[in-house]
Design a protein around this ligand. Structure first.
Ligand code: HEC
Ligand code: HEC
Length: 216
């Protein structure tokens, strides 16, 4: 697409501005040695922070947090946007401007940033235990540790922004986003038996307040 270069140029300018404006941000990778590859990884990652927040810790509800994500899942998502298999509002246009090597570099960078749960989300206290049960029954197998697992390579659900989870679930239910057969089946059974209220309880469970030490 002809406008990819244009979008990337804007993103680079934006990131340069953010980079200059927030010198403290470079503390994020203070534990990585100052090799050239690391410098460029954090520079690449800076182009994302306008939306995904510093170090990938998103501050807005429609943009998912991508810090602490497993590199395998990160690459899977990015390649999914690139091929068009994974629906997106904006990511396809963005990812088209990056090579596979650059995506890999960014995957490593973001995986090293600590995950921090979205702050200030409202959860209905009565729905959390219902959601917990539903999660155990339908989702825990592949989203272990109560939806907090990184190792499963299936995305961190607990602490993710609710709006992003809602959109993702809507896309799975409508078939616009293709889940694995087993997950698709679980969602179908869940929706048939518990309906929209069940889904709401699940999402409120993922947005539950976490003990301080798990907030990151
Ligand atoms: C203009 C805002 C914007 C920018 C800039 C942006 N993203 Fe995104 N990103 C989104 C949105 C919104 C989504 C959800 C999918 C969609 O609708 O496009 C998303 C989704 C993602 C996901 C999937 C998250 C998940 O849980 O599945 C990854 C990974 C990601 N972005 C990485 C990046 C990287 C790396 C960059 C920088 C090269 C970047 N994004 C730049 C808005 C943005
Ligand atoms: C058989 C395994 C399996 C089960 C069961 C499962 N999932 Fe998934 N889930 C996955 C995989 C694999 C992914 C990775 C992305 C993809 O394939 O779309 C995923 C991704 C997701 C995502 C997107 C995360 C992101 O960051 O973009 C959400 C939301 C989600 N699952 C919710 C659920 C819910 C809710 C349940 C229970 C009703 C569930 N899953 C059950 C395997 C599973």
């Amino acid at each position: 697409m002809a406008n990819n270069k244009y979008i990337r140029a804007i993103l680079l300018l934006l990131s340069a501005a953010i980079y200059l404006y927030q010198p403290a941000y470079s503390q994020d990778d203070s534990d990585t040695p100052p090799l050239l590859t690391n410098v460029s990884a954090s520079m690449l990652a800076n182009t994302c922070s306008g939306c995904h927040g510093p170090g990938g810790r998103s501050l807005g509800p429609a943009t998912p947090t991508i810090s602490g994500m497993s590199p395998t899942f990160f690459i899977k998502q990015m390649e999914g946007y690139k091929s068009g298999k994974l629906p997106s509002t904006i990511m396809k246009r963005i990812v088209d401007g990056y090579t596979s090597a650059e995506i890999k570099q960014m995957a490593e960078f973001f995986s090293k940033q600590p995950f921090i749960a979205a702050k200030g989300q409202q959860s209905d206290k009565k729905l959390i235990p219902i959601g917990k049960k539903l999660h155990k029954k339908y989702c825990e197998k592949c989203h272990s540790k109560g939806g907090q697992s990184v190792e499963d390579d299936t995305g961190i659900l607990t602490g993710q922004w609710k709006r992003y989870l809602e959109t993702s679930m809507q896309d799975y239910i409508s078939g616009e986003r293709i889940a694995t057969k087993k997950m698709q089946h679980k969602i179908e059974v869940l929706m048939k038996k518990k309906g929209i209220n069940g889904l709401r309880a699940l999402i409120d469970y993922y947005a539950r307040p976490l003990p301080k030490k798990q907030e990151g």
